[in-house]
Design a protein around this ligand. Structure first.
Ligand code: NAP
Ligand code: HSE
Length: 452
């Protein structure tokens, strides 16, 4: 019987400790599937005094991560510490030392993936990162292997569990944004710095990784357009629901004429769309391929258990390859493709505005849309909300000139447009703001999954 493969674990927080427990609790089946036992031999953390819910003996812990990577008694490195530094240098050192690496670190792969893929290829060892995108959902392997023969046109999905959890709780339980975020943190869904979730940076990293693999292109994460959910109010969610839409934070990677567009932003999607029913910390990814057509992958996108499952699958793969002397699938040659600006993309739009409730106002507004080639799909007039705060609970606060123009007799108009260029919509908004009878342009949200 071969001696167990010795794993060095970098980080033992939500994800690392869940992996240590899984390796212990599923030892028999992991041994059977890997063909050899797997042992967590050393663990690196920041604070050695913290209590950890794992069965790894305390003398295997160190606060010297570099020594773990250099240790000749470590065969494989699993990185769950997060962040770019020192993870980047540690992983590079491990790969150069011929040790396969498994990581859950989406920020690192999004920023330095191509460099690390090259290092792994040169060293002839595996660098696997299934856990970095969409937690427990198998996504990297399907894109890299199962769909490798198809041309992928678009990937659209909910890839951040924390924000989906917050939007679900706000919509279903009237929970405040702050309380819902605190609950997501307590459940281990949020990033160590949760602004990465709320402001869309986590989803942008995942979108960059998805686009890199799906299109075989070098996708710089800084080129990914992003908006988070901090500006989404209960009013937006209610208004969307009354029109038959759900508000979700979406990541979109698509091939368009002239290049690729990768973006993250909140969007309204029709309630009958499969992504609309994805609740809580669940994630789902919609893939559109030339030959395969549409397919959707769904599951738990965050949390220790699901993420540890993805890590353990990669670990078993890497161990099998290590033992047999083989090497898993590589990313292949990445090409450079133009990244399109958000202004060059198209979608439908939802707009809410407050206007003077007088004859001729609608015609003046409609003519501004027409002027910029934006076609209106539907319009609804609503009364002003009762007993609202001065901001009326909508996203864009009133400027002094807007306040000067407003009155209690205003009406609220809600528009949904047909597909239009983002640049045309921006020009329409600029013009609308200068129309006297338009007292305020409130929320503006993209609408996806309807006409696209
Ligand atoms: P976490 O709970 O904050 O755990 C991070 C761990 O890394 C802690 O044990 C910490 O040590 C250790 N660590 C950090 N810096 C270190 C350093 N310089 N040297 C040694 N140890 C260090 O974070 P997490 O939620 O497990 O996330 C870890 C990674 O998984 C991140 O890349 C994250 O993006 C990714 N991820 C998370 C989830 C999720 O649902 N949470 C899902 C998918 C991917 P101490 O415990 O001593 O502080
Ligand atoms: N913070 C991330 C999320 C963890 O909420 O989706 C999973 O990558």
């Amino acid at each position: 019987m071969r001696a167990p493969v010795r794993v060095g674990l970098l980080g033992c927080g939500n994800v690392g400790s869940a992996l240590a427990r899984l390796v212990d609790e599923h030892a028999d089946l992991i041994t059977a599937r890997a063909g050899v036992g797997i042992e967590i031999t050393r663990v690196a953390v920041r604070d050695l005094s913290k209590a950890r819910d794992v069965k790894v003996p305390s003398d295997r812990f160190t606060d010297d991560a570099a020594s773990l990577v250099r240790d000749p008694d470590i065969d494989v490195v699993v990185e769950t510490m997060g962040g770019v530094d020192p993870a980047r240098a540690l992983i590079t050192d491990a790969l150069r030392a011929g040790k396969p690496v498994i990581t859950a670190n989406k920020e690192l792969i999004a920023r330095h993936g191509p460099e690390l893929f090259t290092t792994a290829a040169e060293a002839g060892v595996d660098l696997l990162f299934e856990a970095s995108v969409a937690g427990g959902i198998p996504l990297m392997r399907p894109l890299r292997e199962s769909l490798a023969g198809d041309r992928i046109h678009r990937v659209m999905g909910i890839v951040n569990g924390t924000t989906n959890f917050i939007l679900t709780r706000m919509s279903e339980d009237r929970m405040s944004f702050v309380d819902a975020l605190a609950e997501a943190q307590r459940l281990g869904y949020a990033e160590p710095d949760p602004t990465a979730d709320v402001e869309g940076a986590d989803a942008a990293s995942k979108a960059a990784i998805i686009a890199t693999i799906a299109f075989g292109a070098r996708v710089a994460v800084d080129g990914v357009y992003r908006e988070g959910i901090a500006g989404i109010t209960e009013d937006d969610i209610d208004s969307a629901a009354s029109l038959g839409y759900a508000v979700k934070l979406l990541a979109v990677a698509e091939e368009l004429d002239g290049g690729i567009s990768v973006r993250v932003h909140p969007a309204m999607i029709p309630v009958h769309h499969p992504l609309a029913s994805v609740r809580d910390a669940f994630n789902a990814v919609f893939i559109e391929g030339e030959a395969v057509g549409e397919l959707m992958l769904y599951g738990r996108g965050a949390g220790g258990g699901p993420t540890a499952t993805a890590l353990s699958g990669d670990l078993i793969d890497a161990v099998k390859n290590l033992v047999s002397g083989a090497k898993g699938a590589t990313i292949g040659e990445l090409v450079d493709r133009p990244m399109l600006e958000i202004a060059e993309t198209e979608s439908q739009f939802y707009l809410l505005m407050e206007v003077a409730d007088q004859p001729g106002v609608l015609a003046a507004i409609a003519s501004e849309f027409g002027e910029h080639g934006v076609s209106i799909k539907s319009m609804e007039q609503r009364g002003m909300p009762q007993s609202s705060d001065p901001e009326g609970g909508v996203r864009v606060s009133r400027s002094a000139s807007e306040r000067a123009k407003g009155s209690d007799d205003d009406a609220r108009l809600v528009f949904v447009t047909h597909r239009a260029r983002e640049s045309a919509l921006s020009a329409t908004l600029d013009s609308l703001r200068s129309v006297d009878s338009v007292h305020r342009v409130g929320s503006v949200l993209r609408v996806l999954g309807d006409e696209d």
